[in-house]
Design a protein around this ligand. Structure first.
Ligand code: HEC
Length: 189
Protein backbone atom coordinates (compact mmCIF):
# COMPACT_ATOMS: atom_id res chain seq x y z
CA UNK A 1 0.00 0.00 0.00
CA UNK A 2 1.41 3.37 -0.97
CA UNK A 3 2.05 6.39 1.27
CA UNK A 4 -0.64 8.53 -0.31
CA UNK A 5 -3.25 5.81 0.06
CA UNK A 6 -2.41 5.42 3.76
CA UNK A 7 -2.82 9.16 4.38
CA UNK A 8 -6.09 9.05 2.59
CA UNK A 9 -7.27 6.32 4.93
CA UNK A 10 -6.56 8.47 8.00
CA UNK A 11 -2.96 7.49 8.82
CA UNK A 12 0.02 9.77 9.39
CA UNK A 13 3.29 9.05 7.91
CA UNK A 14 6.10 9.51 10.53
CA UNK A 15 8.94 7.99 8.60
CA UNK A 16 9.85 5.12 6.38
CA UNK A 17 7.75 2.15 7.45
CA UNK A 18 6.07 3.92 10.45
CA UNK A 19 2.42 4.64 10.09
CA UNK A 20 0.32 6.02 12.95
CA UNK A 21 -3.44 5.99 12.79
CA UNK A 22 -5.53 8.94 13.98
CA UNK A 23 -6.73 6.83 16.90
CA UNK A 24 -3.16 5.94 17.92
CA UNK A 25 -2.03 9.55 17.86
CA UNK A 26 -5.03 10.56 19.95
CA UNK A 27 -4.17 7.91 22.52
CA UNK A 28 -0.55 9.04 22.44
CA UNK A 29 -1.53 12.67 23.12
CA UNK A 30 -3.85 11.82 26.02
CA UNK A 31 -1.32 9.40 27.46
CA UNK A 32 1.53 11.96 27.37
CA UNK A 33 -0.58 14.66 28.96
CA UNK A 34 -1.66 12.28 31.78
CA UNK A 35 2.00 11.36 32.39
CA UNK A 36 2.89 15.05 32.30
CA UNK A 37 0.22 15.95 34.84
CA UNK A 38 1.33 13.10 37.13
CA UNK A 39 4.94 14.29 36.95
CA UNK A 40 3.84 17.84 37.75
CA UNK A 41 1.83 16.58 40.77
CA UNK A 42 4.83 14.53 41.96
CA UNK A 43 7.14 17.53 41.76
CA UNK A 44 4.52 19.64 43.53
CA UNK A 45 4.19 17.14 46.41
CA UNK A 46 7.98 16.89 46.65
CA UNK A 47 8.39 20.67 46.89
CA UNK A 48 5.53 20.94 49.39
CA UNK A 49 7.07 18.19 51.56
CA UNK A 50 10.42 19.97 51.52
CA UNK A 51 8.71 23.17 52.63
CA UNK A 52 6.85 21.41 55.46
CA UNK A 53 9.88 19.43 56.62
CA UNK A 54 12.25 22.37 56.36
CA UNK A 55 12.12 23.14 60.09
CA UNK A 56 12.86 19.52 60.95
CA UNK A 57 15.43 19.13 58.23
CA UNK A 58 18.16 16.58 58.67
CA UNK A 59 20.92 19.15 59.12
CA UNK A 60 19.04 20.57 62.10
CA UNK A 61 18.42 17.12 63.57
CA UNK A 62 22.08 16.16 63.43
CA UNK A 63 23.16 19.27 65.33
CA UNK A 64 20.51 19.12 68.09
CA UNK A 65 22.23 17.55 71.16
CA UNK A 66 18.94 16.46 72.77
CA UNK A 67 17.95 14.61 69.65
CA UNK A 68 21.38 13.03 69.41
CA UNK A 69 21.20 11.89 73.03
CA UNK A 70 17.82 10.34 72.30
CA UNK A 71 19.18 8.46 69.31
CA UNK A 72 22.19 7.27 71.30
CA UNK A 73 19.89 6.04 74.03
CA UNK A 74 17.55 4.24 71.66
CA UNK A 75 20.35 2.59 69.73
CA UNK A 76 22.45 1.63 72.76
CA UNK A 77 23.24 -2.12 72.95
CA UNK A 78 21.00 -4.06 75.35
CA UNK A 79 23.85 -5.83 77.06
CA UNK A 80 27.57 -5.40 77.55
CA UNK A 81 30.18 -8.05 78.16
CA UNK A 82 32.60 -8.00 81.04
CA UNK A 83 36.05 -9.07 79.88
CA UNK A 84 38.30 -10.98 82.24
CA UNK A 85 41.41 -9.10 83.28
CA UNK A 86 40.03 -5.70 82.31
CA UNK A 87 38.54 -2.93 84.34
CA UNK A 88 34.82 -3.73 84.24
CA UNK A 89 33.84 -1.39 87.03
CA UNK A 90 31.67 0.62 84.62
CA UNK A 91 29.47 -2.45 84.21
CA UNK A 92 28.59 -2.74 87.88
CA UNK A 93 24.82 -2.71 88.20
CA UNK A 94 23.85 0.25 90.33
CA UNK A 95 20.69 -0.12 92.42
CA UNK A 96 17.92 2.19 91.23
CA UNK A 97 17.94 5.48 93.13
CA UNK A 98 15.93 5.27 96.33
CA UNK A 99 16.02 1.47 96.40
CA UNK A 100 16.75 -0.29 99.65
CA UNK A 101 20.40 -1.36 99.91
CA UNK A 102 20.94 -4.87 98.62
CA UNK A 103 20.66 -7.50 101.32
CA UNK A 104 24.05 -9.11 101.70
CA UNK A 105 24.34 -11.96 104.14
CA UNK A 106 26.55 -10.57 106.86
CA UNK A 107 29.74 -12.50 107.50
CA UNK A 108 30.17 -13.99 110.95
CA UNK A 109 32.69 -12.18 113.10
CA UNK A 110 34.77 -15.08 114.40
CA UNK A 111 35.30 -18.84 114.40
CA UNK A 112 32.59 -19.59 116.92
CA UNK A 113 29.99 -17.55 115.07
CA UNK A 114 31.02 -19.12 111.79
CA UNK A 115 30.57 -22.55 113.32
CA UNK A 116 27.16 -21.68 114.72
CA UNK A 117 25.93 -20.06 111.52
CA UNK A 118 27.31 -22.50 108.95
CA UNK A 119 29.37 -25.47 110.05
CA UNK A 120 27.09 -26.41 112.95
CA UNK A 121 24.28 -27.23 110.53
CA UNK A 122 26.14 -30.44 109.72
CA UNK A 123 28.72 -30.74 112.46
CA UNK A 124 26.24 -30.07 115.28
CA UNK A 125 24.17 -33.21 114.72
CA UNK A 126 26.64 -35.16 112.58
CA UNK A 127 24.54 -34.80 109.42
CA UNK A 128 25.83 -36.71 106.41
CA UNK A 129 28.62 -38.26 108.42
CA UNK A 130 30.10 -34.96 109.61
CA UNK A 131 32.21 -35.42 112.75
CA UNK A 132 30.17 -33.92 115.61
CA UNK A 133 31.40 -31.02 117.60
CA UNK A 134 32.98 -32.25 120.84
CA UNK A 135 32.94 -35.89 119.70
CA UNK A 136 36.50 -36.73 120.77
CA UNK A 137 36.48 -40.16 119.14
CA UNK A 138 35.47 -38.72 115.77
CA UNK A 139 37.94 -35.86 115.92
CA UNK A 140 41.01 -37.63 117.36
CA UNK A 141 42.10 -39.27 114.07
CA UNK A 142 41.35 -36.07 112.17
CA UNK A 143 43.39 -33.94 114.57
CA UNK A 144 46.17 -36.42 114.17
CA UNK A 145 46.38 -35.49 110.45
CA UNK A 146 47.63 -32.07 111.46
CA UNK A 147 45.79 -28.78 111.53
CA UNK A 148 47.06 -27.72 108.11
CA UNK A 149 45.33 -30.62 106.41
CA UNK A 150 42.13 -29.89 108.35
CA UNK A 151 42.31 -26.28 107.15
CA UNK A 152 42.89 -27.46 103.59
CA UNK A 153 39.95 -29.88 103.71
CA UNK A 154 37.69 -27.26 105.22
CA UNK A 155 38.73 -24.64 102.64
CA UNK A 156 38.80 -26.77 99.52
CA UNK A 157 36.24 -29.37 100.44
CA UNK A 158 36.89 -33.00 101.12
CA UNK A 159 35.27 -36.33 100.43
CA UNK A 160 36.24 -38.95 102.96
CA UNK A 161 34.88 -42.28 104.19
CA UNK A 162 32.18 -40.62 106.26
CA UNK A 163 30.73 -38.25 103.66
CA UNK A 164 31.22 -35.03 101.72
CA UNK A 165 32.57 -31.91 103.36
CA UNK A 166 31.73 -28.99 100.99
CA UNK A 167 34.39 -26.36 100.37
CA UNK A 168 34.10 -23.65 103.03
CA UNK A 169 31.04 -25.47 104.33
CA UNK A 170 29.15 -24.41 101.20
CA UNK A 171 29.64 -20.71 101.80
CA UNK A 172 32.18 -19.54 99.20
CA UNK A 173 31.85 -15.96 100.44
CA UNK A 174 33.50 -16.87 103.76
CA UNK A 175 37.03 -15.57 104.14
CA UNK A 176 39.74 -18.23 104.48
CA UNK A 177 40.57 -16.78 107.86
CA UNK A 178 37.04 -17.33 109.18
CA UNK A 179 37.08 -20.92 107.96
CA UNK A 180 40.41 -21.55 109.74
CA UNK A 181 39.07 -19.94 112.90
CA UNK A 182 36.00 -22.18 112.70
CA UNK A 183 38.23 -25.22 112.35
CA UNK A 184 40.24 -24.05 115.37
CA UNK A 185 36.99 -23.62 117.30
CA UNK A 186 35.76 -27.09 116.37
CA UNK A 187 39.10 -28.71 117.12
CA UNK A 188 39.27 -26.98 120.50
CA UNK A 189 35.93 -28.38 121.69
C1 HEC B 1 26.89 -29.87 104.41
C2 HEC B 1 27.41 -30.37 105.66
C3 HEC B 1 28.69 -29.73 106.19
C4 HEC B 1 28.91 -28.43 106.48
C5 HEC B 1 27.95 -27.24 106.33
C6 HEC B 1 30.25 -28.34 106.99
N1 HEC B 1 30.83 -29.56 106.98
FE1 HEC B 1 32.71 -30.02 107.61
N2 HEC B 1 32.39 -31.96 107.17
C7 HEC B 1 31.22 -32.49 106.66
C8 HEC B 1 31.37 -33.92 106.52
C9 HEC B 1 30.30 -34.88 105.99
C10 HEC B 1 32.68 -34.24 106.94
C11 HEC B 1 33.32 -35.61 107.01
C12 HEC B 1 33.98 -35.94 105.68
C13 HEC B 1 34.65 -37.31 105.78
O1 HEC B 1 35.58 -37.43 106.56
O2 HEC B 1 34.23 -38.20 105.04
C14 HEC B 1 33.29 -32.98 107.34
C15 HEC B 1 34.56 -32.87 107.82
C16 HEC B 1 35.15 -31.71 108.24
C17 HEC B 1 36.50 -31.60 108.75
C18 HEC B 1 37.47 -32.72 108.91
C19 HEC B 1 38.25 -32.89 107.63
C20 HEC B 1 39.25 -34.04 107.75
O3 HEC B 1 40.28 -33.92 107.06
O4 HEC B 1 38.99 -34.99 108.46
C21 HEC B 1 36.69 -30.29 109.05
C22 HEC B 1 37.95 -29.67 109.62
C23 HEC B 1 35.49 -29.60 108.74
N3 HEC B 1 34.56 -30.47 108.24
C24 HEC B 1 35.31 -28.25 108.90
C25 HEC B 1 34.16 -27.58 108.58
C26 HEC B 1 34.00 -26.16 108.76
C27 HEC B 1 35.06 -25.20 109.27
C28 HEC B 1 32.76 -25.85 108.33
C29 HEC B 1 32.11 -24.48 108.29
C30 HEC B 1 32.80 -23.44 107.58
C31 HEC B 1 32.13 -27.08 107.90
N4 HEC B 1 33.00 -28.11 108.07
C32 HEC B 1 30.84 -27.17 107.41
C33 HEC B 1 30.07 -31.83 106.37
C34 HEC B 1 29.89 -30.46 106.51
Amino acid sequence: MGRAAAILRGRFWLGPGILVSNQDSHFFNVFSSVIGILIAITIGIFVYARMLGGAESSAHAVIDPLRQAGVTERTAPIGRVAIAGQDNSALVIAPPPGAAPAVVAALPANGEETYKAICGVCHGAGIGGAPKLGDAAAWAPRKAQGTDLLYKHALEGFTGKAGVMPAKGGRPDLTEDLVRQAVDYMVAQ
